[in-house]
Design a protein around this ligand. Structure first.
Ligand SMILES: [Zn+2]
Length: 349
């Protein structure tokens, strides 16, 4: 049996999945990141865990194709990471380092949201589509683009970074990227809490949220779902910015489907219907509405996508090698001058 290891490297935990070429999850492990110990120590942990999974699988007569890793920051196609704020990785190439640590095992590294998009397209709600735009609503707003079933990296690894598109230019507070009014500040789990707290301060309207000592996005979504007018108004306000942003992203990418993932997306169609309404209100040029649907794989999208990334990379490499072999065969056949038997023996040398 052939399988790949998918790794989702996050700020608090590292998730590992052993997934077959057909998309069956055989094993899942989660370990703390311990990010304060520095990048090399984290990469060494990853290499050791990958090595352990490989050894165990080989014992069962399995073959590990390689490992893919999703990282929470911009990643270039060759695996280079200029600046990953969440992990404090700077000017480093985790792909090269892991390849060196793991001998000959093929490694691929990608941005976590792009990798999650690939996972959803392979085994989640994006199945059957060739192009998707995934938006993850978690601590921040992440975005991933898949076109023609391939991750779009962009020239600087920024493709799909929807979170830092400015959607509210009159915003007074600063985003952690240095700008004001980013989608991240409004539609992420943190953003929804921030905007709701602001609305609670500016109005005396009754709400179940007033009794809570500390708010989180899950509480707000639940209150909105169960009829709390203020919570509904606040969530709807936050999602109006996302809906508008998706309508504009559609003018650039025009995907077949928008997939909403991340912790907040657990609200399901209640949330995506809300986003869909705002998206349609901002639509121009076409009456054909792109569906907005919730992600299916939840926290596992990253490990599925990371495994798929290395499976695709290795498949393409093999195809290229076979093509080169095929071409040299043609060259040899065309250049042969002797009889058939001498040409065959020449080809076998
Ligand atoms: Zn920002």
């Amino acid at each position: 049996m052939r399988a790949a290891i998918g790794v989702d490297l996050g700020g608090t935990s590292i998730k590992y999945g052993l997934i077959t070429e057909e998309g069956k999850l055989l094993k899942k492990i989660s370990k703390p990141t311990g990010k304060s110990r520095g990048e090399l120590r984290i990469l060494k942990d990853i290499a050791e865990e990958i090595g352990r999974i490989q050894k165990e699988f080989t014992k069962k007569k399995g073959f590990v194709i390689g490992a893919g890793i999703g990282i929470p920051g911009p990643v270039l196609k060759d695996g280079y990471v200029e600046n990953c704020v969440n992990l404090n990785f700077q000017n480093i190439n985790p792909q090269e380092i892991l390849e060196a640590m793991l001998g000959k095992m093929p490694i691929a590294v990608g941005n976590d949201a792009n990798v999650a998009a690939l996972g959803e397209m392979w085994q989640g709600s994006g199945r059957g589509f060739d192009s998707i735009l995934i938006v993850t609503l978690g601590t921040g707003v992440g975005g991933g683009v898949v076109q023609e079933r391939q991750i779009v990296y962009g020239s600087r690894g920024l493709a799909g970074e929807l979170g830092h598109v400015v959607v509210k230019p009159d915003e007074k507070e600063l985003c952690n990227c240095g700008k004001r009014g980013c989608l991240d500040q409004i539609a992420s789990a943190t953003g929804i809490v921030r905007m709701t707290e602001r609305i609670l301060r500016f109005t005396s309207a009754p709400s179940v949220l007033r009794d809570k000592p500390r708010l989180d996005a899950k509480m707000i979504v639940h209150a909105a779902k169960t009829g709390d007018a203020l919570a509904y108004l606040s969530l709807d306000y936050c999602m109006s910015f996302l809906g508008k942003c998706l309508a504009e992203a559609g003018c650039i990418l025009d995907p077949q489907v928008f997939v909403i993932g991340g912790g907040v997306s657990q609200a399901g169609s209640f949330l995506t219907d809300m986003i869909q309404r705002h998206y349609e209100n901002n639509l121009s040029l076409t009456k054909r509405k792109t569906p907005i649907i919730p992600a299916q794989l939840g926290n596992d999208a990253g490990i599925y996508g990371a495994a798929k990334m290395i499976i695709t990379q290795e498949k393409e490499r093999m195809e290229k090698e076979n093509a080169v072999r095929g071409e040299s065969g043609i060259l040899w056949r065309n250049s042969g001058t002797g009889d058939r038997s001498s040409r065959v023996s020449g080809g076998l040398k």
